[in-house]
Design a binder for this molecule. Structure first.
Ligand code: F6R
Length: 367
């Protein structure tokens, strides 16, 4: 059942090229110009009415939502709030009949997400769109519209292919929303769709970083702390990298918006602390390099994640892992893979139960 892999998690990490491809299939028009989301019944007129979006989710799905916010806002300029479900439902959220609510849940059964969705409906939101991996789940049944992520069953408690396919679903929706609202950003849609189509093959290439990541994970497996830093979308991916590492390796990890380090956390950067620095956002690259210099000066061991062909970053950091070039906007889909591998190999090196980390359940159906 594990298809020759030692754990479900590593199997599922390797399934991502296919999962991404399956989630894209039949959702791009043949001429590559438009998104086709027949499952979404929201009309053009209804989409034009929407003036605010709330994305609601927990954990890894919430991290996907943070990327979704950036994608939707960039292409449509409609303001998006990304909320943790267990907070949202008790926060007396401001909802009108022009608020579109997007709930993201791999399982479609997470109690807090379901309750938050019901609360949003009760308060009279325009519509609920669910992004889920389980056809017929409670969230899928109660939502007005559903975009299924075709990741296939995810067995490992640590979510991997669900996250990357949630990103794909969010990018597709962002493009669709822009195209139907005929926004300025809609002009970018064909280029984005073309880049999306290349992601499965590129993800396959990123999987080849596994041996280098494994060596790094083994060398640092006895550390008690690690830091993930990035700016913009790299920060969103950092949050996911840190969660994954904590969840299965039990190494304490923090994700930091790189510019925020000097406002406190830099005090924790001492000799030999591993820092994973993401540098895929071109418009933030120089700023990111300065932040890396700051942690290097305190003795951190820096593993950078950068684009293939980056000739600069190696001069500043200790080790570089590269990913093939795509639009910086889509970088999270590729950048998360080495971070998933890192968590996996660190967990294996520490002798943990990778697929069933302590204290956690796959589907959190209690509040
Ligand atoms: C982390 C993880 C959890 C889930 C969260 C939400 O690897 O799997 O953080 O993402 O419990 O679950 P779903 O997406 O099923 O609502």
């Amino acid at each position: 059942e594990k298809g020759g892999y030692e754990h479900f998690m590593i199997k599922e990490i390797h399934e991502q090229p296919k999962a991404i491809k399956d989630t894209l299939t039949s959702r791009i028009s043949e001429d590559g110009q438009r998104v086709v989301l027949n499952e979404v019944s929201l009309t053009k007129e209804q989409m034009k009415e929407i003036d605010r979006i709330h994305i609601i989710a927990c954990g890894t799905s919430w991290h996907a939502g943070i990327v979704g916010k950036a994608a939707i806002e960039q292409l449509t300029r409609v303001p998006v709030d990304v909320e943790i479900a267990s907070e949202y439902r008790y926060s007396d959220p401001i909802i009108t009949d022009k608020t579109l609510v997007i709930v993201i849940s791999q399982s479609g059964e997470t109690a807090d997400t379901l309750a938050a969705m019901r609360e949003a409906k009760r308060l009279g939101c325009a519509r609920v769109l669910a992004i889920t991996n389980v056809v017929g789940s409670t969230i899928a049944r109660e939502a007005d519209d559903v975009i299924i992520t075709w990741a296939g069953p995810e067995i490992s408690v640590a979510s991997t292919k669900a996250y990357s396919t949630q990103l794909i679903a969010l990018y597709l929706f962002a493009c669709y929303f822009a195209q139907e609202r005929e926004t300025e950003g809609a002009k970018e849609v064909p280029e984005i769709l073309n880049a999306l189509k290349n992601l499965p093959a590129q993800a396959e290439k990123v999987l080849q970083t596994a041996p280098a990541i494994e060596a790094f994970a083994r060398a640092y497996a006895d550390k008690e702390d690690a830091f993930f830093i990035g700016r913009g979308l790299d920060y969103a991916v950092s949050l996911e990298g840190a969660l994954k590492l904590k969840e299965i390796s039990y190494i304490h990890a923090e994700a930091y918006a790189a510019g925020e380090l000097k406002h406190g956390t830099l005090a924790l950067i001492i000799e030999g602390v591993p820092v994973i620095a993401l540098a895929t956002q071109d418009h933030l690259y120089e700023k990111m390099i300065s932040n890396i210099v700051e942690v290097k000066a305190r003795g951190a061991y820096v593993l950078a994640l950068a684009w293939q062909g980056d000739q600069e970053i190696g001069k500043t950091v200790d080790q570089v892992i590269t990913i093939p070039r795509t639009l910086p906007f889509l970088a999270p889909v590729l950048a998360v893979i080495p971070l998933q591998l890192l968590a996996y190999y660190a967990s294996v090196a520490r002798g943990n139960d990778v697929d069933k980390p302590r204290n956690l359940a796959k589907s959190v159906t209690v509040e």
